[in-house]
Design a protein around this ligand. Structure first.
Ligand code: ADP
Length: 179
């Protein structure tokens, strides 16, 4: 987890490649659904463009599907999910049903001014100043309850600074994961 623009995609891709496991990004899956004009994509569109979260049931539907993939059996990395306590509760149920557990959560932190700088030069459709601000607000509002919930449920939360050299950040993640 981490705010928009923290580098979850970049670091997640490096880590998943290194571990030889699939990476599932709810943001990427939603954007693809939008490009394909599927009913889910069209339903999610308004919320995504406003910087709001997409409904928990829609997101949990996506995760239920990806966890059922055969390639997920040897492990997987989730990027941008869970973002709410309801999603975390839903994930716990899905994992229990499959006899799986979470090894760790990587909490990637980046200061707000750096986020604004990064996102205002990225140019994705939801990277307009106002939408960025809203996504940051939403992230901040959901972050603490989610981290508290995970800390209470005994899942390891690793804190990593997402500023500086990409390779150094990855090395930090690997070191904390003890890989
Ligand atoms: P970012 O974290 O940079 O905002 P993402 O690609 O992770 O970008 O997500 C883009 C948008 O997709 C979010 O603003 C939100 O509308 C939707 N989204 C992605 N993941 C979730 C999720 N787990 N729960 C709710 N909405 C989500």
């Amino acid at each position: 987890m981490g705010p928009p623009g923290a580098g979850k995609g970049t670091q997640g891709e490096l880590l998943a490649n290194r571990l030889g496991i699939p990476r599932y990004s709810t943001g990427d899956i939603l954007r693809q659904a939008l490009r394909d004009r599927t009913p889910m994509g069209l339903e999610a569109k308004r919320n995504m463009h406003a910087g709001e979260l997409v409904h928990d049931e829609v997101i949990l539907g996506i995760i239920g599907e990806v966890l059922a993939h055969e390639e997920s059996e040897a492990g997987f990395l989730l990027d941008g999910f869970p973002r709410t306590v309801a999603q975390a509760v839903g994930l716990r149920k899905l994992l229990l049903e499959r006899g799986l557990r979470l090894d760790a959560i990587v909490d990637l932190s980046v200061p707000d001014d750096e986020i604004m700088r990064r996102l205002s030069t990225r140019g994705r459709k939801d990277d307009l100043q106002e939408t960025i601000r809203r996504r940051l607000e939403v992230y901040e509002a959901k972050k603490k309850p989610l981290l508290d919930w995970y800390e209470n449920s005994g899942v390891r939360v690793m804190s990593v600074q997402g500023v500086g050299d990409i390779d150094h950040i990855q090395a930090d993640i690997l070191e904390q994961l003890a890989l």
